[in-house]
Ligand binder design. Structure first.
Ligand SMILES: Nc1ncnc2c1ncn2[C@@H]1O[C@H](COP(=O)(O)OP(=O)(O)OP(=O)(O)O)[C@@H](O)[C@H]1O
Ligand SMILES: [Mg+2]
Length: 740
């Protein structure tokens, strides 16, 4: 098992040995020093003038050799006071204390103690008691030995086995309790969680290659020919696309996502989002698309679960090479057969060395401008529409899949004026769009904490949207808005795929339930935190982030009467945790549910499309709330969430209104934080009547000459730049394209 470390235990008592043999410790650093040295090997042959401990003994008899004594014998002697305790001088007493203090502070000893089920939180107490024990019982010989070692790594290593004996003797209850915790938070060997799948020898086919190389196409061919098949998608939108495509080929296929269940009569095939795939149903063929998402910090566990747990004779994985090594290792563990199929791009992606040079007037038909915030997306759309003859569709994460799809269709159709797409990274996965060129408006983005460069694998994925086979533009181009970013783009595209070592994992409800037995009085958030602290993983997996789950769990703490399982399930509802309105609706849904009362939707559909950004954000929020309601009605009792049909229809209407609104956007974008502030002011009656009228572009130019987003990240790029004459910069650029 990788990244685990067993202690040297040769001379431990039987019980300690037994514990150590059984236990492995999470991510312990290797011990920093060589094996326990003998006293003779530590002592210099001559007394050193710089070492007070050595000086002290320079005139004393040589220190005793403890290497031949087992720690258990030594401990038993101390325990039974076989020899009288040392009568030490005050200086020796202080020096001995220094040695024992060094032990208490040793991170190595604290880490190693986990192997004998002494938790880090208990180590200081145990070490303190051990210190008192030794001070009161150490005899002359042991004193001399410890003083000769001094407060050193050697002393820590010498003392550690004695400490283990002491803990086994003095803290059996604490050890037994912690052992139970660790056992119930044991996430090692996740392949054993699916005994039925383990009883099968599955055939795993890895379609491995870059974007636009036909991976999904080929996997779907196999899927459609199967008697019974499941396609697992990273996005609702992609699941819908496959659902449509497969049905249009005459293969009946159902659609299952968190929000909707379209059961097609007689269908033996299903397209679903990866989180929704059943590991109970038996399939002939399963497809898991975008398998490299196993390393996603938040959602990776869903791909891992699908790969480990699917009961299918044949499983097709589509993805880049970054997780090939991890899949090989998993197949070795599961005993499945692995077949690797490698792909090349249909046509190379070409980097245009001539960037847009900071001028959006250089946008051309078929371009997709990629920006990493909603605000920038609208700024770019406005500028392009105002100063060029192009019209823009937009795609970003907060838009419902139906609206994204409608925008994609509008852009894909050749016979309309919408020939430019402005999109966020939401455009990056699997979608087939008629994009000729991807233009990165920037190559940095806010990660929730600070602004960071966009990950090279994501850059590759997004750039791969250009020039799809079968599209109007089979030759793909990519470039940047600003010349300064070009080199980073080229280096991202040329960089080989990183091989990942760990894939995501998250406990099932059963793990949390078992663990909860140890903490009957803990809140759910407390349980989650303790689980994270105690859980044991082997080195091939990481525990997925649970910030989202935690935030919802904290909010729901005030709701009484929810069972542990209810809380666990509510926490996975797809709510936007940064939108206070959506969160308060979820709180209301949970409160009604806890009282066993039918839950109303309580969201209306406006009569018309949005006339300003506040109304647009409001539409996004309403759709979000409806989406959460639909999700809850699928995951909980439908009698408590009886208005699924109504919510579905309302969501479809709002998606339509959003589409309409996007066609006529002519206003300055507002951040969701600003909107929340305005809502609050409005509720408190403190806001003056400031209905945002469509902003005149002259004013807009002034307003955006220095853009500061909510992260405090100031960008001097503005719409004004779109009109800057930077011909001299243009003339210095080379125009030769670079194929990558
Ligand atoms: N053999 C084929 N015949 C016709 N069209 C194909 C063939 N293979 C792929 N295509 C088309 O090429 C485009 C890209 O293929 P596909 O979506 O399978 O690529 P991919 O490797 O999965 O890309 P990504 O990594 O971006 O998901 C699609 O429009 C697909 O329909
Ligand atoms: Mg694909």
């Amino acid at each position: 098992m990788a990244s685990t470390h067993l202690l040297r235990f040769r001379s431990f008592s039987r019980s300690a040995r037994h514990l150590l043999l059984l236990s492995t410790v999470r991510s312990l650093p290797p011990p920093p020093a060589p094996p326990i040295p003998t006293v003779h090997s530590i002592l210099p042959t001559k007394p050193s003038p710089f070492n007070p401990f050595i000086d002290h003994f320079s005139s004393s008899p040589p220190p005793p050799d403890f290497t031949s004594r087992s720690p258990s014998d030594l401990y038993n002697d101390l325990r039974s006071l076989s020899n009288p305790p040392s009568k030490r001088s005050p200086d020796d007493y202080e020096s001995l204390l220094d040695v024992l203090r060094a032990f208490s502070k040793s991170a190595w000893a604290a880490d190693q103690s986990l192997a004998v089920y002494i938790p880090a939180s208990f180590f200081p107490t145990a070490a303190h008691r051990f210190r008192n024990f030794l001070i009161s019982r150490s005899d002359d010989m042991l004193d001399r030995h410890l003083l000769s070692l001094g407060p050193s790594d050697q002393a820590v290593r010498f003392l550690f086995p004695l400490f283990v004996e002491f803990c086994l003797d003095h803290f059996p209850d604490e050890i037994a309790k912690f052992k139970l915790h660790v056992k119930s938070a044991d996430l090692t060997r996740p392949h054993t969680w699916f005994p039925f799948a383990r009883a099968m020898r599955r055939r795993i086919v890895y379609h491995c290659g870059p974007t636009n190389s036909g991976k999904t196409f080929n996997a779907l061919q196999r899927f459609m020919k199967a008697g019974k098949g499941v396609y697992c998608s990273p996005l609702r939108l992609l699941a819908m696309e496959v659902f449509d495509r497969v049905n249009s080929h005459g293969v009946y296929c159902s659609l299952h996502t968190g929000q909707e269940k379209k059961d097609v009569p007689f269908a033996n095939h299903v397209a679903c989002t990866v989180e929704m795939v059943s590991t109970d149903v038996m399939y002939d063929v399963a497809v898991i698309d975008e398998i490299q998402m196993m390393v996603d910090p938040a959602r990776g566990h869903a791909w891992t679960r699908a790969l480990l747990g699917l009961k299918a004779d044949e499983i097709h994985l589509c993805g880049d090479p970054s997780v090939l090594g991890a899949v090989r290792r998993i197949c070795r563990e599961t005993g499945d057969e692995l077949v690797e199929t490698h792909y090349e791009r249909f046509k190379p992606l070409v980097v245009e060395a001539k960037t847009l040079m900071g001028d959006l007037r250089n946008v051309r038909s078929g371009d997709c401008v990629v920006a990493f915030s909603r605000r920038e997306i609208f700024e770019v759309k406005l500028a392009i529409e105002r100063f060029t003859g192009h019209r823009c569709c937009v795609i970003y994460g907060a838009l419902p899949p139906e609206t994204r799809r409608q925008q994609a269709t509008l852009f894909n159709e050749p016979n309309n004026e919408y020939d430019v797409l402005v999109a966020s990274d939401a455009v990056g996965m699997g979608l087939n769009l008629n994009i000729r060129r991807i233009v990165f408006y920037s190559l940095s983005k806010y990660n929730g904490d600070r602004v960071v460069p966009v990950d090279p694998s994501q850059v590759k994925q997004i750039a791969g949207r250009a020039g799809r086979r079968g599209s109007r533009y089979p030759d793909g181009l990519t470039t940047t808005f600003e010349a300064n970013d070009l080199q980073y783009l080229i280096s991202c595209l040329q960089e080989p795929f990183d091989e990942v070592k760990q894939v995501g994992l998250f406990p099932f409800f059963e793990h949390i339930e078992l663990f909860a037995g140890q903490y009957p009085n803990s809140t759910f958030v407390g349980l989650l935190d303790k689980f994270r602290e105690n859980c044991k993983l082997d080195g091939s997996y990481f525990l997925c982030q649970h910030d989202h789950v935690r935030k919802v769990a904290r909010m729901l703490e005030k709701v009484q009467g929810l069972s542990l399982q209810d809380r666990f399930n509510f926490c996975f509802a797809p709510v936007n945790i940064r939108d206070p309105k959506s969160m308060s609706h979820l709180l209301r849904f949970a409160s009604r549910y806890s009282e066993d009362l039918p839950v109303n939707v309580s969201v209306g559909v406006p009569r018309r499309s949005a006339r300003n950004d506040t109304e647009l954000l409001e539409l996004e929020t309403r759709h979000q709330v409806l989406s959460v309601y639909m999700w809850l009605s699928h995951h909980f009792n439908e009698e408590i969430f009886p208005h699924k049909q109504q919510a579905t229809e309302m969501a479809a209407n709002i998606a339509g209104l959003l589409g309409e609104s996007l066609k006529s956007v002519k206003w300055k974008p507002m951040s969701r934080v600003q909107k929340a502030k305005n809502d609050e002011e409005e509720e408190n009656g403190t806001m003056e009547r400031r209905r945002p009228a469509p902003v005149a572009l002259e004013g807009y130019e002034r307003a955006s000459s220095r853009l500061t987003n909510k992260t405090g990240y100031t960008r001097t790029r503005s719409l004004i730049m779109a009109f800057r004459k930077i011909k001299n910069e243009q003339s210095t650029q080379k125009d030769a394209p670079v194929a990558v």
